[in-house]
Design a binder for this molecule. Structure first.
Ligand code: SF4
Length: 696
């Protein structure tokens, strides 16, 4: 039957435990909700919506502030704190102010309050977080590929990921209550949206395609096709002379048609001519070689336009005279004040009937054909690509991926590596007796493992379980966080889970001795120091016992600081040197470096921990499962009972002093683990010191 014994470990942990329980019910310093307008400082506006003309009042549910251009609302500004009260790693709600335009794109974002332990007041990570959030500008709420990944914010991936998720979640809520948005199941052309744009703006964004061909380029193409001296309908000029410049695109959406045809009213009039399900392609050209030609007038040529065609997905779509509407241009109207569709020399629109297989949201290309005259005509082709701007394509709503799902997806490789590492550690403990029989094998395995823990787990993956993590995990359910909070950091949750199980089965030593990157650094440095002759200090057991309390006092200090709500500057996270030595890889200000280096330096002069008391009892609160004592006990040249047994055997009294059964029982009693909680005594009287160990 399991009996709980209130031992020294329990007493040592009592204070932190009680403080922990109390901490759960204490509220940390929080950001203030409401009065969003007061939080929109010039700095914030510069990040969230630079150049906003005018802001409306804070109103609506969920609350937001409208951004106006003239008398039209173009976007909304909102606070994640006011609407979803999201939390990141520290479980203290953060406040990110962001904007979203009516089409569903983020206009910008800036964090104005947070207490994330690894970012708060950090001269490196805070600017990284600001840059990461600023990169959200222009991101659509669905279907976008972020320019920066959450791991851009070094060692604060969770914070970055959760802040970004909060921006998008809040923006969706703001738009949902304010903008009637067409819901689509497949990518669909947005035919209704309209915004006034200049001809140059339409060209820049890709709504108007543009292609330019010189006489020299035509001559070169003909020469390549073997038609050097062939004749053309439109003779070539000098090599640099413009042969033709074409402008083309999809006229169907109001955002393009309304601008190309000089206003929405003109476009609406023209739209009546497009049959339901059909589309319209506009084309204009300047230069001696216009896109019309003359063949479309003649029956013997099938009324086909022979100078242009479009190609989509390998399928060629030609035009016929019947589907063409010519527009009057500057040649008829006189010079135009603005460049545009009708300021070209020729302009017109081709209607694509619904029976033509054409997908308006897919890319296509215009092919300009130049054909020689004579008996054996040769045609050369000049292709120009066209891709509709993404803003004119309505995307189906993507299922919102929970941040923790995204985190596990992104961390697949690291999760696999850590799973292997934990499997190896489990095997080490399962076969500890076999491993301990060889001092060399044990040292190789242990040092190799510690090196991987330090370099990969600590310095590369930045996984250092600390009391801050534990506090956050304990507080999370009381702050309203769900299971997703625990799962959002895959490697940390794996280490925490493994540690929890091993603490119950064996004790804290598995984590402290094998999975703590800072502990690994201490031990590896200590191993380097000894061959170099660094003097070693062996404190008396009484002093050592007092020193043991240091870590519990430090833990209690962290708790008290947070409990009293006076940890505004994040001091509590600095008591542990992990942030400096592991997650920041020593790239911090000198006071932090001094502190972490001093702690590491102490380890050069004395043992990390000595868990075997003078009585021979193993103190499990101090044992970090290094297995050194097991190696000693299996060493028949160093373990006194084994040495004595060997000597007896050599004297012809084999087994007389230490029968095999007794030796085996001794080993069982002295094996660190749950069995070691028993009080063991040396069979042969007073214990003896062997290096840092105590043996019978
Ligand atoms: S008791 Fe053994 S396993 Fe535990 S720390 Fe000491 S030497 Fe290592």
């Amino acid at each position: 039957m399991f009996v709980w014994r209130f031992g020294s470990l329990d007493r040592a942990l009592l204070l932190p435990f009680l403080a922990l329980i109390a901490l759960v019910f204490v509220s940390p310093a929080l950001a203030e909700k409401g009065k969003l307008r007061e939080r929109l400082t010039p700095d914030v506006m510069a990040a969230v919506y630079p150049g906003a003309e005018r802001l409306g009042p804070e109103e609506g549910s969920p609350p937001a502030i409208a951004v106006y251009k003239g008398d039209k609302v173009t976007a909304y500004i909102f606070s994640t704190l006011d609407i979803i009260n999201a939390r990141a790693y520290s479980v203290i709600p953060f406040d990110v102010i962001a904007g979203v335009e009516l089409g569903g794109r983020i206009t910008g974002a800036k964090v104005v309050f947070h207490r994330e332990p690894y970012v708060y007041q950090d001269p490196v990570r805070q600017p990284q977080l600001d840059t990461f959030l600023a990169a959200e500008a222009g991101m659509p709420l669905s279907g976008g590929v972020p320019t920066l990944r959450p791991d851009y914010v070094a060692q604060s991936t969770i914070t970055a990921r959760l802040m970004r998720a909060a921006i998008h979640d809040t923006a969706r809520l703001v738009l949902l209550s304010r903008v009637r948005r067409q819901s689509v199941a497949v990518p669909t052309l947005d035919v209704e949206r309209f915004e006034l744009k200049s001809w140059d703006e339409l060209i820049t964004e890709g709504s108007v395609g543009r292609g330019r061909v010189t006489s020299g380029e035509v001559a070169a193409a003909l020469a390549k096709a073997g038609a050097v001296d062939a004749e053309l309908d439109v003779p070539l000029g000098k090599p640099d002379d413009l042969y033709t410049e074409v402008f083309f695109g999809l006229l169907t959406p109001a955002a393009i048609g309304g601008n190309v045809l000089g206003g929405l009213r003109n476009f609406e009039d023209f739209r009546q001519r497009i049959p339901p399900g059909g589309h319209a392609i506009f084309m204009a050209s300047t230069g001696p070689y216009d896109f019309h030609g003359t063949n479309h007038w003649w029956k013997e040529h099938g009324f086909r336009f022979d100078r242009v065609r479009i190609v989509q997905d390998g399928q060629t779509i030609g035009f016929v005279h019947e589907d063409y509407q010519k527009f009057l241009t500057s040649a008829a109207h006189g010079p135009q004040s603005q460049p545009g569709f009708q300021s070209q020399e020729e302009a017109g629109v081709f209607i694509l009937p619904p029976n033509v297989s054409f997908d308006p949201v897919k890319p296509w290309r215009l092919e300009l054909l130049v054909t020689t005259t004579g008996q054996n005509p040769v045609t050369v082709i000049f292709p120009f690509e066209y891709k509709l701007p993404a803003a004119l394509i309505l995307m189906p709503d993507e299922p919102v991926v929970a941040p923790w799902v995204e985190a596990w997806r992104d961390a697949k490789v690291n999760v696999a590596i850590l799973a292997v590492l934990l499997a190896v550690l489990t095997a080490i403990f399962a076969f500890q007796a076999q491993l301990s029989r060889s001092r060399r094998a044990h040292r190789l395995v242990r040092n190799g493992f510690l090196l991987v823990v330090l370099v990969w787990l600590g310095w590369t993956a930045s996984v250092q379980l600390s009391i801050v993590n534990v506090l956050n995990y304990v507080q999370a359910p009381f702050r309203g966080s769900d299971i997703g909070y625990y799962l959002v950091e895959p490697l940390m949750v794996m280490i925490a889970g493994y540690t929890l199980v091993s603490v119950v089965l064996i004790g804290r030593g598995v984590f402290c001795g094998w999975l703590c990157p800072f502990g690994a650094l201490q031990e590896l440095l200590a191993q380097i120091s000894r061959p170099l002759g660094v003097p070693q200090w062996n404190p008396s057991f009484a002093l050592e016992k007092r020193l043991w309390m240091g870590k519990y006092i430090a833990a209690a200090a962290v708790l008290v600081l947070m409990l009293a709500g006076i940890d505004g500057s994040g001091v509590s996270t600095e008591i542990e040197p992990f942030k400096t030595a592991i997650t920041s890889k020593f790239s911090r200000a000198w006071p932090y470096l001094l502190y972490a280096s001093a702690l590491l330096a102490i380890g050069l002069f004395c043992e990390r921990a000595r868990a075997i008391e003078p009585t021979g009892k193993i103190n499990m609160a101090e044992c970090f499962q290094c297995l050194d004592c097991q190696v000693e006990y299996y060493d028949d040249k160093r373990c006194p009972p084994l040495v004595a047994a060997a000597r007896s055997r050599a004297d012809g009294k084999a087994g007389a002093a230490f029968p095999a059964r007794r030796l085996s029982r001794m080993r069982e009693l002295r094996t660190p683990g749950w069995r070691s909680n028993r009080r063991t005594r040396c069979a042969g009287g007073e214990p003896e010191r062997i290096g840092s160990l105590t043996a019978c």
